[in-house]
Ligand binder design. Structure first.
Ligand SMILES: C[S@@+](CC[C@H](N)C(=O)[O-])C[C@H]1O[C@@H](n2cnc3c(N)ncnc32)[C@H](O)[C@@H]1O
Length: 262
């Protein structure tokens, strides 16, 4: 059953916040804690990446599964399976080379690592804390022989990675936490590392109303903003309708080489 998305709400507006608080009074203390942390971290970190790295540090210390957005291990496993099954259905093969941007603690990653040939999985993340948790997942799942690479990054220029190397690039629930400048940087450079015939899938929080963000943590974009950005970097972008059929709150865009057909 597809998840019903609220595509028009502006969650940053005062009206929405008051309405939400009245409907979910039990969530108010959690929101206020996050808002206080947001104020403090914004004061300490002027650029988004170091801000979000600090958010991840704080969340990972509490619980790595919750830090990547899963309320329980059961949901962590299910969401990882959803990512994996989708890509498998779209032709992910063991010989493919895969780059996962914002790999977190390998919610989907451990399944990709298990499926791919040894050394074919490359995960990057801005958070050293969540990458340590990713190593724990490799151990827990007994995947040491698969030799996954897990690398911290400061930005998404991908400059240390080879040209035309990755058949599949994957970013799940990363651009939903990213301002447009970060997405722009990624789209400006991902084409260089993408192999001919390769594809880059990313999820995003979609709005059909005003683009907005909540606490610098959650960003909502219109589809056409992101497809236009990809096309500006000479890439082709298409909205993945079949992902909408899955029980997931975000939407997905696939980016490939080449401009749109006319
Ligand atoms: C919600 S978690 C999702 C993790 C993983 N993709 C999954 O589905 O479980 C978002 C992850 O993206 C990472 N991240 C956020 N912004 C990033 C950026 N600009 N570059 C690389 N990683 C980023 C965070 O540190 C975090 O691990």
């Amino acid at each position: 059953m597809p998840t019903k998305k609220n595509l028009t709400a502006n969650r940053a507006s005062l009206g929405h916040r008051i309405g939400y608080a009245l409907h979910h009074p039990n969530r108010v203390p959690h929101y206020l804690t996050r808002a206080a942390r947001d104020l403090w971290l914004r004061h300490r970190h002027t650029d988004h990446v170091s801000y979000y790295r600090a958010v991840m540090r704080s969340d990972t210390r509490a619980d790595p599964d919750t830090a990547v957005g899963s309320r329980s291990r059961e949901r962590w496993l299910a969401l990882g399976a959803m990512q994996f099954d989708y890509l498998l259905g779209h032709g992910l093969r063991p010989e493919h080379r895969m780059l996962e941007i914002g790999c977190g603690n390998l919610r989907g990653g451990w399944r990709f690592i298990r499926h791919l040939e040894p050394g074919h999985y490359y995960g990057i993340d801005i958070s050293p804390d969540i990458l340590s948790a990713a190593q724990d997942t490799v151990v827990e799942m007994g995947l040491q022989q698969q030799l996954p690479r897990l690398t911290p990054v400061r930005d998404l220029t991908l400059r240390f990675l080879p040209d035309a190397h990755f058949d599949v690039v994957h970013a799940h629930s990363v651009f939903s936490h990213s301002p447009l400048a970060v997405i722009d940087e990624c789209l400006a450079h991902v084409g260089r590392v993408l192999a001919p015939g390769g594809w880059f899938d990313f999820t995003f929080d979609r709005t059909e109303g005003e683009e907005h963000h909540v606490l610098r943590e959650d960003f909502y974009y219109r589809t056409e903003t992101l497809t236009a950005l990809a096309e500006r970097h000479g890439l082709r972008a298409r909205f993945m309708d079949d992902w909408e059929e899955l029980p997931h709150g975000q939407s997905k865009i696939r980016v490939t080489h080449g401009a749109l057909d006319t």
